[in-house]
Design a protein around this ligand. Sequence first.
Ligand code: HEC
Length: 110
Amino acid sequence: MQNRAWRVLGLWALAAGLWGGNPGESHPGYPLFKAYCWGCHHQTAEAFGPSFRTIASKRTPEQIMAQIADPEHTYRSLGYRRNSMPAFSDLNATQLKALTDFILSFKEMK
Ligand code: HEC
């Protein structure tokens, strides 16, 4: 019984650590980010792809939206030598906008 209580407490602390530190969870772009991007991009840490903070610091909304929808046609203009990102051409305009806003919300963060 006591063991179980510790386990529950441990899980709770883990969850708080994972979720508590991430700003912007109430943002409409957040669930899309978790579903489609999080495997390769993180908010403020570099992962397989650049962090959203890095992207936000140097790109316009147009560049970001174009890259999400059709990276095969944008990677060169963004300075990459090849494309490693899948196209998310099934996202609708509202979803693209939400994701782009979410990425740009990391612009001011230090
Ligand atoms: C399979 C891994 C992968 C997934 C999934 C992925 N990306 Fe990427 N993304 C990359 C990599 C790697 C790059 C860097 C360019 C390259 O090497 O192709 C990149 C580049 C980008 C860039 C341009 C970076 C710059 O320099 O401005 C944007 C914007 C971007 N990703 C947004 C997204 C969004 C939004 C999603 C989710 C809808 C997503 N990516 C999903 C791997 C991924």
